[in-house]
Design a protein. Structure first.
Length: 226
């Protein structure tokens, strides 16, 4: 097993919290990520905002490494696959579509639509399975925003979601000395950190009945303080 992975027993299954901000479901050979926000660098660039070069190619490479290293047969993206409506025919959109088609020949790709996923029908080849609100495979339910996509049995089925971009902050007095992505486990689900390298985050404090797992230099570790 990769160093730094944290095993999380849930509903009779074992999920692996991966330091590359992904969840591995070994029994079903599935890699789960959230909030890739592909196209964000292009969107910012079109609006004259400087962005780091190569971040999205790097993120796609990270996904491919996860799929290979865990012998995956399926990739699940929990929403905000795209950051904004991507312009068809641009270099970035062509690269993304080629990547989807290439990876889709190797594994199933499931995308649960997020609030940023708009105007992207052109980028959905047959290999990409698109879910407009949620997707369920017992014993888990996969959504983007757990608050927006609540269901009647929300309290009885464990949900994997994104949207929040949780981070853990360690403070000394009023000063934040550590700020890292985190997995946030609440009473009926797990919120994944944002997978995209060029995204922000929302500071979450552990409370009663909740757990945070920080993605630090030594891997994924449970947080006791904030």
């Amino acid at each position: 097993m990769t160093s730094g992975i944290w095993p999380l027993p849930i509903c009779g299954e074992e999920l692996l919290l991966h330091p590359d901000r992904a969840v591995i479901w070994p029994r079903c050979h599935t890699v789960v990520v959230a909030d890739t926000h592909f196209g964000k660098s292009s969107y910012f660039g079109r609006h004259g905002i400087p962005v780091p070069a190569g971040t999205e190619e790097h993120d796609r490479d990270r996904i491919e490494r996860l799929l290979v290293s865990h012998n995956a047969r399926r990739l699940v993206i929990l929403g905000d696959f795209l950051h904004s409506a991507t312009i068809e025919g641009t270099t970035e959109s062509d690269r993304l579509k080629a990547w989807v088609e290439t990876v889709g020949k190797i594994v199933e790709i499931h995308v649960v639509a997020g609030n940023h996923d708009r105007g992207d029908a052109w980028i959905r080849p047959r290999a990409l399975r698109w879910w407009n609100s949620h997707w369920t495979e017992a014993p888990f339910r996969f959504v983007h925003d757990v608050e927006r996509d609540r269901c009647a049995d929300a309290e009885s089925i464990f949900t994997l979601s994104g949207h929040v971009h949780p981070v853990f902050c360690l403070r000394q007095g009023r000063k934040v000395v550590v700020r890292v992505p985190a997995f946030w486990q609440h009473a009926s689900g797990l919120v994944l950190p944002s997978f995209g390298s060029f995204t922000g985050g929302f500071a979450v404090r552990p409370t009663a009945g909740h757990r945070l797992f920080a993605v630090g230099p030594r891997g994924v570790e449970p947080c006791e303080k904030s």
